[in-house]
Design a protein around this ligand. Structure first.
Ligand code: SAM
Length: 478
């Protein structure tokens, strides 16, 4: 018996796509349990490490065939609640959604855009493949979702991502022909979500499919405008209809003769273990003339409103004026002095541009290809302008949670305070409690959780008088 709440027009569309016999099997998949997946964060754990073995045992992992770092887990093991999740060792991701970045195959050193990125499944997968080298711009149009995206980028310890919150035209105006790889995981009618989220069924209609297709078409125009000659674009959805998938891609190829289809992949829930996904990989011809990339914004009006937006953001963050190079240089010096005292084994990253927004010091990643400058970001909402190193308050440097999560235990040694994953102290730390420590412990410490022989950061603590004051951000305590 298939799901009685499926709209008739949806079942008809699926029958037209698959034929009556296979539609039976497809509809029967609604009665099968949904699949659960997680993907290792190889920025923190290499796939064949003892830590990876430990996770495989803890969560009864089975490999996802199309993603070397992806695994199915047993729902009852609840990896999303485990301290290793807070430590960013993996990302919970629907298994078929892992297929798109595998096809895009971004490389270390490239300039990559994830255009519709929240909550961050594909961004964190791209970042793992880039291994900290090159520049990733992760964009999300909705403010609330952009904040969640920024949190996930931080939790996974990603150093080379800039999180923007912009509509696609605002980005294409700034970054024409700029990216080696673009991921567009488009907002869609979500037919592949019906088993996971039955509410999605009530939002579906043939009109919603048309609306999505027209929005996808608009976003694709901007994606093409930002793709370098020779660059690749992966377009994906979690829906089944042809209108939002093959038909949209056929229209794109017809409209832009310099694009060609490299591969197309569909995952169906009755054929493979996954909720369903569509991805098309497209390449732009090499031999087009690429004009130089300038940080200029598209037109006077957006430039003016951009500057207003920038000033407003600086005001809210406590700056008396916009980010100035001189104060950023002073803040960078105070970070380096702090690091020399508190993190003697840490070498501050070479390259990149220190940026100061109010009290907050960021390190804008270096990227050979794009040469990202602060002007590229003027007027954009930028929840995370690269790695947040810390805040300079009354001349004193205070390290950011993002820096804690991006450090390795080696870089923070000997300033480590390590807890066992099974210890109730881990939960106490994650709730925001102060921990008791030996009176000899003083200063900033990286609180870590042990996994096999490794230690992985959970956040900062500051020790004095036998107490470790908890510096986990309030919003992350639970
Ligand atoms: N790639 C994400 C991941 O792997 O976690 C999931 C992205 S979700 C399928 C699509 C995203 O597109 C949503 O976060 C949604 O807010 C965003 N979106 C909605 N309308 C948009 C628009 N007009 N332009 C760009 N993005 C949009």
């Amino acid at each position: 018996m298939s799901n009685p709440y499926l709209p008739t027009s949806y079942v008809e569309a699926i029958t037209a796509l698959l034929g009556p016999a296979e539609t039976e099997a497809f509809l029967a998949s609604y009665d099968a349990p949904r699949t659960y997946g997680l993907r290792f964060n190889t920025l923190k754990i290499p796939p064949s490490s003892p830590a990876a073995g430990k996770l495989a045992e803890l969560f009864a992992l089975r490999p996802v065939p199309w993603c070397g770092t992806g695994y199915y887990y047993e729902e009852s093991t609840r990896p999303g609640k485990h301290p290793y999740h807070a430590a960013g060792l993996y990302y919970i991701q629907e298994p078929s959604a892992m297929s798109a970045v595998e096809l895009l195959d971004p490389q270390p050193g490239q300039t990559v855009l994830d255009l519709a990125a929240a909550p961050g499944g594909k961004t964190t997968q791209i970042a793992a493949k880039m291994a900290g080298q090159g520049l990733l711009i992760s964009n999300e149009i909705h403010p609330q979702r952009a904040r969640i995206l920024a949190e996930n980028v931080e939790r996974l310890g990603i150093r080379n991502a800039v999180v923007t919150q912009a509509a696609p035209p605002a980005l294409s105006a700034r970054f024409p022909l700029a990216f080696d790889r673009i991921m567009l995981d488009a907002p869609c009618s979500g037919e592949g979500m019906f088993r996971k989220d039955p509410d999605a069924i009530s939002e579906w209609s043939p009109e919603a499919v048309e609306l999505c297709a027209s929005r996808q078409w608009d976003i694709l125009q901007d994606a093409v405008a930002m793709l370098k000659p020779g660059g690749r674009l992966a377009y994906s959805t979690c829906t089944f209809n042809r209108r939002e998938n093959e038909d949209t891609i056929a229209r794109l190829l017809a409209e832009y003769p310099f694009l060609r289809l490299i591969a197309e992949k569909r995952i169906w829930p009755h054929r493979e273990q996954g909720e369903g996904h569509y991805v098309a990989l497209i390449e732009r011809d090499h031999d087009e003339k690429a004009p130089a990339i300038t940080p200029a914004v598209a037109n006077r009006e957006s430039a003016d409103s951009g500057r207003r937006g920038g000033r407003e953001r600086d005001r809210k963050r406590g700056a008396r004026s916009g980010p100035s190079e001189r104060s950023a240089a002073a803040a960078w010096d105070s970070f380096r002095a702090w690091a020399a005292d508190e993190l003697p084994a840490f070498t501050p990253p070479a390259g990149g541009t220190p940026l100061l927004f109010g009290e907050a010091l960021y390190l804008l990643p270096a990227s050979g290809g794009l040469a990202l400058t602060p002007e590229h970001l003027t007027g954009l909402k930028v929840p995370r302008a690269g790695l947040h190193l810390g805040d300079v308050r009354k001349g004193r440097f205070e390290p950011a949670h993002a820096l804690a999560m991006a450090l390795s235990a080696d870089e923070a040694a000997p300033r480590l305070w390590t807890l066992n994953a099974e210890s109730p102290l881990v939960a106490a730390y994650l709730r925001g409690e102060t921990l008791e420590v030996p009176a000899s412990l003083r200063g900033w410490h990286l609180v870590t959780v042990a996994c096999g022989d490794d230690q992985h950061p959970l956040g900062w603590g500051k020790a004095s008088g036998g107490q470790l004051k908890n510096h986990l951000p309030k919003g992350l305590r639970h």
